[in-house]
Design a protein around this ligand. Structure first.
Ligand code: ADP
Length: 454
């Protein structure tokens, strides 16, 4: 068995009392079994990094992290990664900023990471690079002579060619990605956009799902990511009797709970979601005073201007909605801009009548799957899901909406709140079967099997 070398911007070094995130869960088995290595940024910036990784071993897995140059980190992360690539990859050209200096910093950071990783690599390692921050890292490893297998997985969407070409270095990034042996995506849509875009922009021949680059085959594939559904369901059951969830239930009285939980990010469609709720209260007076909508929006990327603007807009909109509709004993919208412990969130999902997940565009959206997993089989809630979330490819029995249309969101809320138990059960059972089928672990395995064969 080849050793797995996992490379991502952030490294999830296991800590006591901390539950592991999706990536860590998905790769745990393969990392352990192959006595693997997880490499990435240490979380620290310094004026002049040594370029030497700090290495530790926990439970048979080696963790290696490096510091990055302070001067490069801002333009790399807040700049090219999150003010250029993130909006572009989410089809939001209007929000994309561009700056050559930021791109140069992005390349330097990818090169510095590759340089620090090289001495730790063995020729037969299986290298798996993750996500949009590290698109040129594989090519940097090749330049330094690494000839083993490299896979790349994009956790976010990939747009059609006509959007991608807006990026002045679009072709350069495609060429860099094609130094890998396998390029993976969340959905067939994303894979197809990349595959046809690259073939056309670079004039490449294709063979099945592979692109032929100077006689070399580069495989592409769709590998939808999942969650540990059984584990999340157990967490939700346990949390439902815990204090925060009991308090929440009491505070609701007999009102139905609508829940949303997202990072505070413009890709999540929060503005239109609030407008949709506002519209429900206006257009459906029977629902007034009978619902409470809780939105937890964890603050994210506060160093990027667009995120600060979004936060101001949401603050204003939430204030206006409550100002207009609230009563002295009823607050229709509860809006929190912070993290909620995962367990508590699972419990909130379980007691909610409606899960409202309406991103404008999303690679997968794990909240949708978590909401399904958390439901009580005897009395499941209804999932309202954007047709532009990767999860919509699998969760066909959700109420699928176009997130651009706030009135459609309002209509779906009306339907969800009135849905009879039989229909809720039928829809939930079909979705739960699928959420159980594709887990974080099966995702990791599927990608690595394909990479091994590449
Ligand atoms: P993204 O990766 O773009 O943030 P996902 O929906 O795929 O979106 O994953 C988000 C993860 O973060 C989920 O596991 C979800 O439970 C968690 N999460 C989202 N909002 C919050 C919040 N306010 N507090 C705590 N966890 C959150």
């Amino acid at each position: 068995m080849a050793r797995l070398v996992n490379v991502s911007y952030r490294v999830a070094i296991p800590k006591k009392g901390m539950s592991a995130g999706g990536l860590a869960v998905g790769l745990a088995e393969s990392l352990k079994a192959s006595r693997g290595l997880w490499f990435g940024w240490s979380g620290h910036t310094v004026a002049e990094p040594s370029g030497k990784a700090e290495v530790s071993e926990i439970g048979g897995v080696t963790y290696a992290t490096v510091d990055l140059a302070t001067a490069d980190h801002g333009p790399f992360y807040a700049g090219f990664s999150n003010a250029t690539l993130w909006p572009l990859l989410h089809y939001r050209l209007g929000l994309m900023e561009f700056d050559r200096a930021a791109f140069a910093a992005y390349r330097r950071v990818n090169a510095a990471l590759a340089e620090a990783l090289m001495p730790l690599l063995r020729p037969d390692d299986l290298v798996w690079v993750h996500d949009y921050q590290l698109m040129t890292l594989g090519a940097e490893l090749r330049q330094r002579g690494f000839a083993g297998r490299i896979g790349f997985f994009l956790h976010v969407p990939f747009p059609p060619r006509d959007i991608w070409v807006s990026l002045p270095q679009g072709a350069v990034l495609l060429e860099a990605l094609l130094e890998c042996d396998l390029v993976g995506f969340q959905t067939e849509t994303d894979r197809g956009n990349f595959f046809h875009g690259a073939a056309r922009m670079l004039g490449l021949q294709t063979e099945g799902n592979a692109l032929i680059v100077k006689g070399r085959r580069v495989a592409t594939g769709a590998f939808p990511i999942g969650i540990d559904a059984g584990g999340f369901a157990r967490t939700a059951v346990r949390a439902a009797t815990g204090k925060p969830v009991r308090q929440m239930r009491e505070s609701l009285g007999d009102r139905a709970l609508i829940i949303g939980a997202d990072r505070l990010d413009y890709s999540k469609g929060l503005i239109n979601r609030f407008r949709g709720f506002d519209h429900l209260l206006r257009s459906n007076p029977a629902q007034r005073r009978r619902v409470t909508y809780l939105q937890v929006a964890a603050r994210s990327r506060v160093e990027v201007a667009q995120y600060r603007t979004l936060r101001r807009e949401l603050d204003q909109l939430a204030g206006r909605i409550n100002g207009e509709h609230a009563d002295f004993d009823w607050m229709p919208l509860r809006y929190m801009t912070r993290d909620v412990p995962r367990t508590t969130l699972a419990g909130f999902f379980r007691i909610a009548r409606v899960g409202l997940v309406t991103p404008m565009r999303d690679g997968m959206n794990l909240v949708a799957k978590e909401f399904v997993a958390a439901q009580d089989p005897a009395d499941p809630g209804v999932l309202i899901l954007s047709q532009f979330a990767g999860a919509a490819m699998e969760l066909r029995e959700a109420l699928l909406v176009n997130p651009h249309d706030a009135e459609e969101i309002a209509e779906a809320l009306g339907v969800a709140l009135a849905m009879p138990l039989d229909e809720r059960k039928a829809r939930w059972e079909a979705m739960m079967a699928r959420v159980r089928e594709v887990t974080a672990a099966s995702w990791g395995k599927a990608f690595l099997e394909r990479l091994t064969a590449a």
